[in-house]
Design a protein around this ligand. Structure first.
Ligand code: IPM
Ligand code: MG
Length: 363
């Protein structure tokens, strides 16, 4: 098969981790006889520096013309003082909206090899951690009006959180369908004891539940969910939630699996052209040091193969290769065990070396 991939290296550690993911994709292409063509796209801080805009129109066009988009990470302190509308993150939000990718899928799964890197007690981890957060990605407070004004010499800021029934229904369906392919348990997370948007969310989820009688729907308030994720993550199978709650909970969920550096994500809308990115940020403090963990990006590339290119076998090959490298005790700094005793058995490697090891396992 021949596929055109738009590649956004971005800022901070973005370029390094994307480089390793491309290495892995090229290896897959060679082994399975595919051709992957890459088109570079500037987005985020680097696009601000080069074009004065975090996502120039031409760059969005390149993404829309591709079969899918692979992204490293964007942002950094350098652009902290630019106006909100011109921040690197705004480029990412505009890209997600421009691509119409409303459904963001973030797995929280513990790799058995990394169980000791989890900050949770062994007795909790032992019960298993394997759930998916389905996050609404192009609505809610991230996309409502943002404004700051002055009232009688006092600054006032507003951010609007709004959802309509249709937006809730389309992400709700993804939640139910995701649960249906897993253990058929869907937990809808909201704040319906306070927010109108959450009360509408809950109402729509229950209306949809009638169409999915094989899926068990439960409701949970977001504050309780934050607590339950650390108390007993084994209770979750599929979680569906709005944009900001999903952003926060997915960081929490990734941390209990050992490291945010391991977690990939897919974002899809109506078409198979998806956006694939690790869920971590650009980590400017370690950029260029060859110590970042490229696995989140490599697994994002695997998700792209599976969900957008229908290359399930190739995706599994990458996941198995990652697992084998972990079996052999290779670790990047972020996933080194904290106990000295255990760390002694591990081999600390950099970003490039981790990419090479995964490629070698693909043979
Ligand atoms: C994420 C990030 C982004 C988000 C930022 C960079 C805008 O935190 O993908 O989780 O909040 O969606
Ligand atoms: Mg986030």
């Amino acid at each position: 098969m021949e596929k055109n991939i738009a590649v956004i290296r971005g800022d901070g550690i973005g370029p390094e981790i994307v480089e390793e993911a491309l290495k892995v994709l090229n290896k897959i292409a060679a082994i399975y006889g595919h051709t992957f063509n890459y088109t570079d796209v500037d987005m985020g801080g680097c696009a601000i520096d080069k074009w004065g805009d975090p996502l120039p129109e031409e760059m969005l066009k390149r993404c829309l013309a591709s079969d899918s988009v692979l992204l490293g990470a964007v942002g950094g302190n350098k652009w902290n003082d630019v106006p909100g509308d011109m921040r690197p993150e705004k480029g990412l939000l505009r890209l997600r909206a421009g691509m119409g990718v409303y459904s963001n899928n973030r797995p929280a799964k513990i790799w058995p090899q990394l169980a000791s890197a989890s900050p949770l007690k062994e007795s909790v981890v032992e019960k298993g951690i394997d759930f998916i957060i389905v996050r609404e990605l192009i609505g809610g407070i991230y996309f409502g009006e943002h404004e700051t004004h002055e009232e009688k010499g006092v600054l006032v800021a507003n951010d609007i959180l709004s959802y309509n029934e249709e937006e809730i229904e389309r992400i709700g369906r993804i939640g139910f369908e995701t649960a249906r392919k897993r253990n058929k348990k869907l937990c809808s997370v909201e704040k319906s004891n306070v927010l109108d948007s959450s009360r509408l969310w809950k109402k729509v989820m229950h209306r949809l539940a009638e169409e999915y009688p094989d899926v068990e729907l439960s409701d949970m308030l977001v504050d309780n969910c934050a607590m339950q994720i650390v108390k007993d993550p084994s209770q979750f199978d599929t979680v569906v939630t709005e944009n900001m709650f999903g952003d926060i909970l997915s960081d929490e969920a990734s941390m209990i699996t050992g490291s945010i550096g391991m977690i990939p994500s897919s974002s899809l809308g109506k078409t198979t052209c998806g956006l694939y990115e690790p869920i971590h940020g650009s980590a400017p403090d370690i950029a260029g040091m060859d110590i970042a963990n490229p696995i989140g990006t490599i697994l994002s590339a695997a998700m792209m193969l599976r969900f957008s290119f229908d290359m399930g076998k190739e995706a599994s090959a990458i996941e198995t290769a990652v697992s084998r490298v972990l079996d052999k005790n290779y670790r990047t700094a972020d996933i080194m065990p904290s106990l000295e005793e255990e760390a002694k058995n591990c081999i600390k490697v950099g970003c490039k070396k981790m990419g090479d090891l995964i490629c070698e396992e693909l043979n």
